[in-house]
Write a protein that binds this ligand. Structure first.
Ligand SMILES: Cc1cc2nc3c(=O)[nH]c(=O)nc-3n(C[C@H](O)[C@H](O)[C@H](O)COP(=O)(O)OP(=O)(O)OC[C@H]3O[C@@H](n4cnc5c(N)ncnc54)[C@H](O)[C@@H]3O)c2cc1C
Length: 461
């Protein structure tokens, strides 16, 4: 730091309610860790904001000092966009409060909350917002990209339940965006990622859910994959919107309900959650048990918040991760052949291929009703490369890329922006399709200098 910079940092610290973490601080090492261990960036300043006023201060500081700026919500983004090299990180991890109005069925939640924070607050009242499937993900990044999970077929994307947002813009102004207030900004926030400002507070509408839901796993051997996948396709085409069944192809983890001789063997897992009366759910899921001869099953009625955490141990922070993703409107037989071939050559025990089933309520809004454009997606596939040692980077990334290529002919042209890696900036337009031009115009209005560019960037028109 030059003396000038040190003086500037003292200025930033003055009146800052949160904490300023610098490379010389003991807290720095942990403060720059995010979910994907492949990301190794060294910001000059990590501004752990405690209030909206801290965010305003940090945005203005970045502009005045011409610093690159990154925004950290839950730190889960695969591309590592929560951090920057040099520059300042606006870290919202201290801003996690959620406040529920059970009568009005609304929740407001701060921009650094994790899904677990929001679920805990809303489920205390038997209510929920549709969110993702890993409770340590940030509400902010997930929402700003679209957001889908077990409740989405019934209740829509996370953004379809967003009522309003408090946003600190590039001008350093705090604005309230909703359908009637800064309507263009509100439209852009619903899918446009962190391009338009720092969201310090989200307001969502709530729905009765659970608090107990029928959920769990039915596991088939890889030898039955083709037949299971074909039956899954037929089943999914007619499934109740209350029921979500996702498929995962991977090596079986040593889960206690699986016989020891299945551990480490290739399996097709049907992961399911029924978001209605569990008794009705039992009848709906019965056919899933008849796709073949399951090697194990763990299905029951459990708290929704427990199911929301079920995959956390398999998705813990600290592994190396590389993803590739496609959207699909239908699942073709040729795709199944490619899936089975690549599931047969998984380069690490943690790698997997999954198909998240969406459709239902997510597909009903018009593609131009919000920035999130690909309403035709019935399935979102994630080729999840995951491993521990840097020595395996090339092999594991190569596998993900090869399978991605092999599955491309069967995919729709769209992609989910939240699953894009850092090397996929050429796919940003595929995430937004016909909405891209309008997004670029809103970007020009709210961030003409592209201050918020450490993301899947939309350039100002
Ligand atoms: C294990 C795992 C499971 C996942 N499962 C799902 C799933 O089921 N469904 C789903 O839809 N997605 C899922 N995702 C993807 C997830 O939605 C994205 O990774 C998302 O970006 C994570 O948000 P975050 O706040 O944790 O990320 P961060 O890395 O903190 O932020 C990502 C980007 O979002 C923007 N951002 C973050 N906070 C703010 C804010 N307050 N204001 C403005 N911009 C902000 C910034 O541009 C930032 O670079 C999953 C990801 C992981 C790693």
């Amino acid at each position: 730091m030059t003396p000038l910079q040190t003086g500037k940092i003292d200025e930033l610290k003055g009146g800052f309610e949160g904490e300023i973490v610098l490379p010389s601080d003991a807290a720095y090492g942990d403060a720059r860790k995010i979910w994907n261990a492949m990301i190794d960036k060294r910001p000059a300043i990590i501004a752990r904001c405690a209030a909206t006023s801290d965010v305003v201060r940090s945005v203005n500081f970045a502009k005045e000092n011409k610093l690159v700026l990154a925004i950290r919500g839950g730190g889960h983004n695969i591309a590592g966009s929560a951090l920057c090299d040099g520059g300042i990180v606006i870290d919202l991890s201290r801003m996690k409060a959620a406040s529920v109005d059970p009568k009005g069925r609304r929740v407001t939640v701060e921009g650094g909350a994790l899904l677990a924070d929001l679920d805990a607050a809303t489920q205390a009242h038997g209510l929920a917002v549709p969110l993702g499937i890993n409770s340590t993900t940030g509400v902010a990044g997930l929402t700003l990209g679209g957001g889908f999970g077990w409740l989405s077929r019934k209740l829509g994307l996370t953004i379809d339940n967003l009522v309003s947002a408090e946003v600190v813009t590039a001008a350093g102004k705090t604005v309230h965006a909703s359908a009637s207030d800064h309507a263009d900004l509100f439209w852009a926030l619903r899918g446009g990622g962190g391009n338009f400002g720092v969201v310090t507070r989200f307001e969502f509408q709530l729905h009765p859910v659970g608090p107990d839901v029928l959920s769990g796993l039915i596991v088939y051997p890889m030898s039955e994959a083709k037949s299971v996948l074909r039956q899954y396709r037929e089943f999914a085409a007619n499934a109740s919107e209350e029921l979500s069944v996702w498929t995962v192809l991977r090596l079986a983890p040593p889960l206690p309900f699986l016989p020891a001789n299945v551990h480490g063997k290739g399996v097709v897992i049907l992961a399911l959650c029924h978001a209605g009366d569990p008794k009705k759910g039992e009848a709906l899921i019965a056919p899933l048990r008849k796709f073949g001869k399951p090697v194990g099953e763990h299905v029951g009625v459990q708290p929704y918040v427990a199911w929301q955490k079920a995959f956390d141990p398999l998705l813990a922070t600290g592994a190396r991760n590389y993803w590739k993703s496609h959207n699909f409107t239908t699942l073709a037989d040729g795709l199944f052949d490619a899936v089975i071939q690549y599931a047969g050559t998984l380069p690490s025990p943690q790698c997997e291929i999954f198909f998240g089933a969406i459709g239902g309520a997510t597909a009903r809004p018009a593609p131009d009703s919000a920035a999130y454009a690909n309403r035709d997606a019935q399935f979102v596939m994630n080729v999840h490369g995951r491993w521990d040692n840097a020595a395996d980077d090339t092999r594991c990334i190569g596998w993900a890329r090869d399978f991605f290529k092999a599955s491309t002919p069967f995919a729709s042209r769209g992609v989910y922006v939240n699953f894009l890696t850092a090397d996929e900036t050429d796919r940003v337009s595929a995430a937004y399709g016909a909405n891209y031009d309008r997004l670029a115009k809103v970007k020009r209005q709210y961030d003409p200098e592209n201050l918020f560019r450490t993301n899947q960037n939309i350039r100002p028109a």
